[in-house]
Design a protein around this ligand. Sequence first.
Ligand SMILES: [Zn+2]
Length: 201
Amino acid sequence: MQELIRQMLADLGEDPTREGLLNTPRLVEKALRFLKSGYDANIDDVLNGALFTVDYSEMVIVKDIDFYSLCEHHLLPFFGKCHVAYIPTNKVIGLSKIPRLVDVFSRRLQVQERLTNQIADTILDKVGPLGVAVVVEATHLCMSMRGVQKQNSFAVTSAMLGAFRNNSRTRMEFLELIKLRSPVPGIRETMRAGYACVGED
Ligand SMILES: [Zn+2]
């Protein structure tokens, strides 16, 4: 991979042998391998020992989970906050495991919609709750850095399953609770809608 990165630098008109770029191929490879390390994680290992049987059926919410991911079209970052809620039937998952799940799916080449769905589907599958809700709000550098949709490089996506899909009061309760989120850095509070990267030039 380091040879490919040296080649890319040369194609971009750079001199890969100049002092500032000598370590770049090694550092880029290391960074990219970390940023795709979610492919290597096994969900069952991540959740191992953290599913508990309880007599509790109120909504569990973990909000403002920071995440960083790479857009699969441009290999540029998109990043922001993820909010997760579920309503247990008889099992809960250790709270620290939910940010770990977000890491597993964000450290891959992604699109925001798929990231959102994968987190929700995994919790539905592994915890068997009455419902799951996931909201992801993110800034896409592939849009803002390249000047595409500069004012709308912030996108909100959601996945609502089970009780969150079927019961509007449950869904509203969740949305009301995450409205008090901390702002995404650099994003105005009023920017709610926008476009995730869909891979256009
Ligand atoms: Zn992109």
